[in-house]
Write a protein that binds this ligand. Structure first.
Ligand code: BES
Ligand code: MN
Ligand code: ZN
Length: 505
């Protein structure tokens, strides 16, 4: 979808969306149109239940006296209470509605939200961002159009008085949306298309934006002693990879920025391109979902697209452990003991608890090589987090209250909420092993917590670290504002916000 900003001259073609405040108060262009049509808008509002409440839409098809195909009245509620996120939801609702009715050309008038043109322009930028986030479809494998197929909206023109300001607000948001769309693409692709090496290939597209992209293969990882990660991938015909991304947007190379003394901020992703469970195999029903067990890596890659796209003044490292967890004659067995890069040994009692094994070596690698000032890892790590938090919040675990608070604040601000769960000695004991330094499962109790405790054993104590368990939020079976169903991209906006607020110079 093409999005443009232009001055408020009401177009006569296509659909036209105009804004109405609470108690049917017509704003700016809506008022102009009501006069031009001899009060058609006022009569339509009266004839229907439309009050101008937030999230209310009233669709007037082929309005008398106008050449437009339709007028869409969009309820705002109290315009003074509108935040950026509310405008995003409005942009999303407009696109969602127009896609449903087959309009291909539309304009949305965001004028005089209470008189301040600059604020209205910022609102226009956020409306456009919501429209962009909503306009995502994953349909590349659909070769036949159904008879009732509706064309999606192709062009949206946002009308506002200060177009320069609107464009200034929208430009970086549009780059973040591109990152979200990339993540959605990556998690939606099936596992015959996305496997470790092909995911590395996809990430290499970011080189065009100035991101350094490297990948270590099995031979190099063996040299580094990454027995935990390699054990997971050893049953697969696809070679495991460690993907390393680096974006340095600070002016003085590795120095400068708010990142401490040149130390970068690091993001680590679980990239299990398919999780059968391995020899501890999963049931057949629903196993197809495990194509998105690389969701953590997908977020890290999408985040780097966003950061590089908007030229964020930050030094950031991304490390993703990419493996396919398969059962085969070469696969790891329950009871195998592996040695991680950290030197710690792990008894693999369940080959389906593989994400933590992959992350153990990825976390150690990033600390060993880059000494980051903070680490955030993302992983579709446990089914237990879905039992605990459902599909609304991601689970947050951290050894650092400040980092946890920052993530909580960022999540609330962008509408990707996280909920903190505890860590502690007593939970940690559950993964002590009789045969090795630790085992890769606890008992059934607190499954998401013991998984996080496992990860914490691979954090050098002074490094601020947070783990986001995104198993419940990576894929959505129902549409939400700005998030169509399917891959959500949850985490990209959250971490982009974290970087913007705390790690940029
Ligand atoms: N990838 C799964 C977790 C998962 C489950 C993600 C459902 C998304 C939706 C993970 O590798 C896994 O299998 N975890 C096991 C751990 C158990 C064996 C300790 C689980 O949650 O059952
Ligand atoms: Mn698993
Ligand atoms: Zn998994």
């Amino acid at each position: 979808m093409k999005i443009t900003f232009s001055a408020v001259r009401l177009p006569t073609r296509g659909a036209l969306a105009v804004l109405v405040a609470a108690d049917r108060k017509l704003l700016g262009s809506a008022k102009t149109l009501d006069k031009a049509t001899g009060g058609a808008l006022t009569r339509a509002m009266k004839a229907s239940d439309f009050q101008g409440k937030k999230d209310e839409l009233l669709d007037l098809v082929a309005p008398w006296g106008l050449d437009n195909s339709r007028l869409l009245l969009v309820g705002l509620g109290d315009p003074k209470k509108l935040k950026g996120r509310d405008m995003q939801a409005i942009g999303s609702a407009i696109v969602s509605h127009l896609n449903g009715v087959g309009e291909t050309l539309a304009s949305a008038a965001v004028d005089s939200l209470g008189g301040n043109t600059k604020a209205a322009a910022a609102s226009a930028g956020h409306l456009a961002y919501g429209a962009r986030l909503q306009s995502y479809r994953f349909d590349r494998y659909k070769t036949k159009k159904k008879p009732d197929h509706k064309k999606p909206l192709e062009k949206l023109s946002v009308l506002t008085e200060d177009t320069a300001e609107a464009r200034r607000v929208f430009a970086p948001l549009d780059k973040v949306a591109a990152g979200v769309h990339l993540t959605r693409d990556l998690v939606s692709e099936p596992a015959n298309v996305i496997y470790p090496k092909s995911l590395v290939q996809r990430a290499k597209a970011l080189q065009g934006l100035g991101v350094k992209v490297r990948a270590l293969g099995v031979a190099e990882m063996k040299k580094l002693g990454m027995g935990a990660l390699l054990g997971v991938g050893q049953g697969s015909a696809r070679e495991s990879q460690l993907l390393v991304l680096e974006w340095n947007g600070t002016s003085s190379g590795t120095r400068g920025g708010r990142s401490q003394a040149g130390r970068p901020v690091a993001f680590v992703g679980k990239g299990v391109t398919f999780d059968t469970g391995g020899i501890s195999i999963k049931p057949a029903s629903g196993m197809e979902d495990m194509k998105w067990d690389m969701g953590g890596a997908g977020v890290v890659i999408g985040l780097f697209q966003a950061l590089a796209g908007r030229k964020a003044k930050v030094h950031a490292i991304g490390v993703c452990g990419l493996v396919e967890n398969m059962p085969s004659g070469a696969a790891q067995r329950p009871g195998d003991i592996v040695t991680s890069m950290s030197g710690q040994t792990i008894e693999v009692l369940n080959t389906d608890a593989e994400g933590r094994l992959v992350l153990a070596d990825a976390l150690w690698y990033v600390q060993d090589k880059y000494r980051p000032t903070a680490i955030v890892d993302l992983a579709t790590l446990t089914g237990a987090i879905i039992v605990a938090l459902g599909h609304e919040h991601a689970g947050l675990f951290s050894n650092n209250d400040e980092l946890a608070a920052r993530l909580t604040e960022a999540g609330t601000a962008v509408g990707e909420p996280v909920w903190r769960l505890p860590l502690g000695q007593a939970y940690d004991k559950a993964i002590d092993s009789d045969a090795a330094d630790m085992k890769n499962i606890g008992n059934r109790a607190g499954g998401s917590i013991t998984a996080a405790q496992f990860l914490q054993r691979f954090i050098k104590d002074d490094t601020p670290w947070a783990h986001l368990d995104i198993a419940g939020v990576t894929w959505s079976s129902k549409a939400k504002p700005t998030v169509p169903k399917g891959g959500t991209g949850f985490g990209v906006r959250l971490l982009d916000r974290l970087v913007k607020e705390h790690y940029e110079s």
